[in-house]
Design a binder for this molecule. Structure first.
Ligand code: CA2
Length: 154
């Protein structure tokens, strides 16, 4: 569907594999908030910023690529936590580059304090900025940053 020019700018928030398990397993690493809690907090922050959010999660790489390919039609920016695919997926990197939209990468944990295989992210190569290590609040920081990137006066 084509974007409605009179509507609030819509940010696509994409979550990758296993993030549907937030708050259910490993709260010491990823916090106690569920993905539903994060979605609700993002909707509230977006409304205050004059934005709308389209919040999604998939465990499937191809589905994530499809959503990124379609993002130009109806979305003004992408916030992405690609989970473990951040460290492996050239397909997600290629799709993000093709989207030609502002991209902000989020990680709940500080990936640089963890195993070395988490220190490289393909997503970062397509991102305008990266936020990691601030827990679920990172999504709200990303929305604040996205509001700045989308503001024609900034
Ligand atoms: O810190 C992040 O946000 C990560 O993207 C989370 C990914 C991990 O592979 C990345 O290196 C960093 C893992 C998401 C798994 O989420 C779980 C949630 C609860 C229990 C188990 C896994």
């Amino acid at each position: 569907m084509a974007a409605n020019p009179s509507a609030e700018p819509t940010v696509l928030i994409i979550n990758g594999p296993n993030l549907n398990m937030l708050g259910v397993r490993e709260p010491s690493l990823y916090g106690a908030e569920t993905l539903g809690d994060i979605e609700a907090a993002c909707s509230e922050r977006a409304e205050a910023l004059g934005l709308a959010v389209d919040f999604r999660q998939s465990n499937t790489e191809g589905e994530l690529v499809g959503w990124i390919q379609e993002a130009r039609d109806g979305h003004e920016g992408i916030i992405i936590n690609a989970g473990a695919y951040s460290h492996t997926s050239v397909a997600i990197l290629d799709a993000l580059r093709m989207a030609e939209l502002p991209v902000i990468e989020v990680h709940i944990s500080n990936i640089y304090k963890r195993e070395s295989y988490r220190h490289h992210s393909y997503v970062s190569e397509a991102a305008d900025g990266v936020i990691c290590g601030f827990g679920a609040a990172g999504y709200l920081l990303a929305l604040d940053a996205m509001a700045g990137l989308l503001d024609p006066n900034s």
